[in-house]
Ligand binder design. Structure first.
Ligand code: PLP
Length: 390
């Protein structure tokens, strides 16, 4: 079956954060929302059908996750990422951010240090600060729009009370798929210093050929032993509103500590529709995902080519993964507030503001291109007109 990603679907008045929270967030709703990381494409028909089928039984009581749920996860990761996951390693979390927060509590104590690699997805900061841990920045190095980890800086910053590192893999917002070599160097440093790595792999299905995602845990037994991996079908299949994800932990001690946190917060129940959607996505989603990736790749090409040809002062590299583009607008010479106003008022586009991603974010905007191509074209034309008028 061919899926239609060109269809423009009106999302306003659906209680969508991306569409219905724009006035509160940007001060205007008269813009194209290209911020929150969900997609403007229909959630796949086979998932909607599975949800509809369940609604035919009109009792929505407490539910369990059946064996088939776990098997669907195991099969998907074995086939797509060459990763052998055992049934017992899989824990539930009502979303990846909730899992990050549980991990901070499970693997560190108040006052201990947690490392992040900015510019990075902003809840990485709040889960550390809100739990009264110390946030340590290991800022990424940027050259010509290409990002690398700064392990020399990391070495300087590791101390006896450094207990956890939050890794975004693939990285939001810089779009890198970390290579096995880069991951190994990072993990070796963490092994030497007894630091647990929380590898947030929520974007790992959204990787563009020829790049290949290597789950951190697959590098070696020792590395698997210090790794806690977050996975979800929510970005890939547009299910974020169902608040469902999984945490994979092969090390029994780490798993017990994490489970204890989940129990403390009574966060392990989940919801019927999240379970059904996740299982169905992993069982039936391969073909849909291939088509989605091809479409997104087309959007990324449009974005990069148009920017290069028509948007002087803006630079963007095609991401290796994710539907998020990291626009380097530093050459426009605008201060943060001015840039934000330029985007929202002059160009009429609602992106995420670079500084919210921490150090290294000044002068950047994050643009979500998981939308029909016509929407992206419109946004790019608006941006060009706004630049021409300056
Ligand atoms: C790296 C990363 N982690 C986690 C999330 C959110 O996950 P969840 O909605 O499951 O909490 C996002 C959403 O954009 C993300 O980009």
């Amino acid at each position: 079956m061919r899926y239609d990603f060109d269809e423009a679907i009106n999302r306003t008045n659906t209680h969508s954060v991306k569409f219905d929270y724009t006035r509160e967030y940007f001060g205007t709703s008269d813009l194209i929302p290209m911020w929150v990381a969900d997609m403007d494409f229909r959630t796949p028909d086979f998932i909607m059908q599975a949800i509809r089928k369940r609604t035919e039984h009109e009792i929505l009581g407490y539910s369990i996750r059946p064996d088939s749920f776990y098997q669907a996860i195991i099969n998907w990761y074995r086939e797509r990422q060459d990763w052998s996951i055992e049934r017992d390693w899989i824990l539930f979390s009502p979303g990846v951010v909730a899992a990050l927060s549980m991990a901070v509590n499970a693997f560190t104590r108040e006052g201990e240090k947690v490392i992040v690699q900015p510019p990075v997805y902003h809840p990485f900061f709040s889960v550390i600060k809100d739990n009264k841990r110390e946030l340590v920045y290991n800022t990424l190095l940027e050259e010509e729009g290409y990002y690398r980890m700064d392990l020399d800086d990391l070495k300087q910053k590791i101390g006896p009370d450094t207990k956890l590192l939050l890794l975004s893999h693939p990285h939001n917002p810089v779009g890198r798929v970390w290579s096995p070599g880069e991951l190994k160097e990072l993990a070796d440093l963490c092994l030497e210093n007894n630091i647990v790595i929380l590898s947030d792999e929520i974007h790992s299905d959204l990787v563009f050929h020829p790049h290949v995602h290597t789950p951190l845990s697959t590098l070696s037994h020792e590395i698997a032993d210090l790794t806690v991996t977050c996975i979800a079908a929510s970005k890939t299949f547009n299910l974020a509103g169902l608040s469902s994800s999984a945490v994979i932990i092969s090390n029994e001690k780490l798993r017990t500590r994490f489970s204890h946190e989940a129990q403390k917060g009574h966060l392990y129940m989940g919801n019927i529709f999240g379970t059904i959607a996740m299982e169905t996505a992993y069982r039936e989603g391969a073909d849909w995902l291939e088509q989605l990736l091809a479409y997104l790749k087309g959007n990324a090409a449009l974005l990069t080519e148009y920017t290069e040809a028509n948007l002087p002062g803006i630079r963007v590299r095609s991401p290796e993964a994710t539907y998020l583009a990291w626009l380097d607008m530093r050459n426009l010479g605008m201060k943060s507030k001015q840039l934000r106003n330029f985007m929202t008022r002059d160009a009429g586009i609602g992106c995420n503001d670079g500084p919210s991603f921490g150090p290294g974010g000044n002068g950047y905007q994050r643009l979500n291109f998981a939308c029909p191509r016509s929407t992206l074209q419109k946004a790019l034309h608006q941006l060009k007109r706004a630049l021409d008028r300056r």
